[in-house]
Design a protein around this ligand. Structure first.
Ligand SMILES: Nc1ncnc2c1ncn2[C@@H]1O[C@H](COP(=O)(O)OP(=O)(O)OP(=O)(O)O)[C@@H](O)[C@H]1O
Length: 278
């Protein structure tokens, strides 16, 4: 469904992606992982048509992204971005309704069915109770779920999620990832999600793609990709990988950075007990 071939991109003289080949099949949930700055968001933005590659192509269901209008792209894919356009005074409901814009009729109006879809997206993502609240007044985690509601309201067959669990507490992280999986299952969605937590990627994704040095460094099912070697070569971390029977997925114990410059932190003596008054 998403086919990326020979994709190259850089900002100014700096090459960030240097020949990416990647396919995300219909109905797959793929996690994109890699160190800070390796180009994960950039790749997502290229697939969303928000950036233009120097070389290579992105195809959605075989159609070159470059030949699609913005509206056609938005009907095919929804993106959860890390930032929401700050529109002062906008409420949650007003923002989530914007997810319906690509489906507007010839007069550019949204109808009752669109309201129903927006309400359902807010219910699913657990933000319905704050529908009337102004966005600026929400916490980081609440905003993150509103971003997801906006993407869900778009009802596009492809979901691109840039760190969908950012700012969320542990319970909401699990809820959001479980929701993404349920949506994938019930609506037959294709999902590509940037995830920082390898354990989350291992547990919730069908496949993990690791980026390093502008290329795909590993691509496969979690059991094959999440290894001690991956921790060392891609993340520069010494760690152990065990099989978590309960979740039937690899689980990482991260020990310390391998790079001498960032060697294991030397902790000072732990201070316990009540504070001593001067
Ligand atoms: N608009 C921009 N102009 C110049 N350089 C940029 C721009 N956006 C990103 N970069 C640089 O491109 C590289 C890749 O950035 P990108 O945001 O894609 O990385 P990432 O893997 O998503 O990182 P993180 O895990 O920290 O979110 C980084 O070195 C970043 O500084």
């Amino acid at each position: 469904m998403i086919t990326v071939s020979g994709l190259e991109f850089g900002y100014g003289d700096r090459t960030v992606l240097d020949g990416i080949d990647l396919t995300v099949g219909h109905g797959e949930l793929v996690a994109l992982v890699g160190v800070n700055g390796c180009g994960k968001s950039t790749l997502l933005r290229l697939i969303a048509g928000l950036l233009t590659p120097r070389r290579g192509t992105v195809r959605l269901d075989g159609t070159d992204l470059a030949s699609l209008s913005r509206r056609e792209v938005a009907r095919r894919l929804a993106v959860l971005h890390q930032a929401l356009a700050p529109v002062p005074g906008l409420t949650v409901r007003q923002l989530v309704r914007q997810g319906r814009y690509p489906h507007r009729g010839p007069l550019g109006m949204l109808g009752e069915p669109d309201d129903g879809v927006a309400e359902e997206a807010m219910e699913l993502t657990g933000v319905a109770h704050m529908a009337g609240r102004v966005l600026d007044t929400l916490s980081g985690g609440e905003r993150q779920r509103v971003r997801l509601a906006l993407a869900v309201a778009q009802r596009s067959p492809i979901l691109l999620l840039d760190e969908p669990t950012a700012h969320l507490d542990v319970r909401h992280q699990l809820e959001v990832l479980a929701l993404v999986r349920r949506l994938r299952d019930s609506r037959d969605l294709t999902v590509l999600a940037v995830l920082h937590e390898l354990d989350h990627a291992a547990r919730f994704a069908d496949r993990i793609v690791a980026l390093a040095g502008g290329r795909v460094a590993a691509d496969g099912p979690p059991r094959e990709v999440v290894t001690e070697e991956l921790l060392a070569t891609v993340f520069g971390v010494r760690g152990r990988v065990v099989h978590d029977e309960r979740n039937d997925a690899p689980h990482c114990f991260l020990d310390h950075p391998l790079d001498a410059a960032h060697g294991p932190a030397v902790a000072g003596p732990a201070v316990h007990g009540p504070a001593v008054s001067p």
